[in-house]
Design a binder for this molecule. Structure first.
Ligand SMILES: NC(=O)c1ccc[n+]([C@@H]2O[C@H](COP(=O)([O-])OP(=O)(O)OC[C@H]3O[C@@H](n4cnc5c(N)ncnc54)[C@H](OP(=O)(O)O)[C@@H]3O)[C@@H](O)[C@H]2O)c1
Length: 198
């Protein structure tokens, strides 16, 4: 069975977006390398330049991911990725209200209104043996609190944003021990991977 992992570009002071959900500075490292990486969503082509190590990270992640679970805010902020997530996999959106325009037969989006465990069940059916990615700070915290997350991947950006959307706040839980499983240093970013010890 695949793992459930969350991955974010994060400032040193713990923000995954600045004010107004701005992620420009946090994603700047994706144009600082010497290796071309082309991704496309439903409405945008991303011609990225990353280090060969970062490109390898991306490729590995794209190949091993079978579905993504997104919080409704991330889905809305991304404009439903124009109808196709850049990783090219189906997305399970956790929400209280289903946006009817995206809920049709064959839609790349599945909407789940009865909680994170149900979302994981749906994502598992879609992903088969592949891994599940989790996106959105709120939804990631829910997975953490419920002990459902296996891995955390942080692309640590050397900037102090000071305000915005924090990843690790309001956890209200006992300390969670992590095992560091990977460190890769690239221009403008340090890729850190952790396994959650259960
Ligand atoms: N830096 C990066 O790598 C990166 C990557 C991804 C996202 N981001 C940023 O992350 C931010 C989005 O994260 P977020 O924490 O604000 O929101 P989020 O986790 O994407 O979504 C939270 C929303 O999901 C719905 N939801 C969550 N749990 C639910 C449950 N149990 N049952 C039903 N609905 C539930 C609710 O929406 P409703 O009540 O409206 O349905 C809730 O308000 C954006 O700023 C985005 O730019 C950054």
């Amino acid at each position: 069975m695949g793992t459930i992992g969350a991955g974010f570009s994060m400032s040193l002071d713990g923000f995954i977006a600045g004010p107004d959900d701005d992620i420009q500075r946090l994603f700047a490292w994706m144009s600082l390398g010497d290796t071309d990486l082309n991704l496309s969503s439903g409405d945008t082509d991303f011609d990225l330049k990353v280090s060969s190590e970062s490109a390898e990270n991306f490729e590995k992640s794209i190949q091993s991911t079978g579905a993504i679970i997104s919080g409704r805010r991330m889905f809305d902020v991304a404009g439903a990725w124009g109808g196709k997530h850049p990783m090219g996999v189906p997305v399970v959106v956790v929400t209280h209200t289903v946006p009817q325009e995206w809920a049709y037969e064959g839609s790349p989006f599945t909407f789940v209104t009865d909680g994170i465990e149900s979302a994981i069940e749906s994502a598992r059916k879609i992903a088969g043996e592949k891994n599940i990615g989790v996106g959105g700070a709120n939804i990631t915290r829910e997975c953490l609190k419920s002990g459902l997350l296996d891995e955390i991947h942080i692309d640590l950006v050397p900037v102090l944003l000071g305000q915005g959307v924090r990843l690790f706040e309001y956890l209200g839980i006992e300390p969670i021990e992590l095992e560091r499983t990977g460190v890769r240093v690239s221009p403008g970013v340090t890729h850190l991977s952790f396994r959650i010890i259960k």
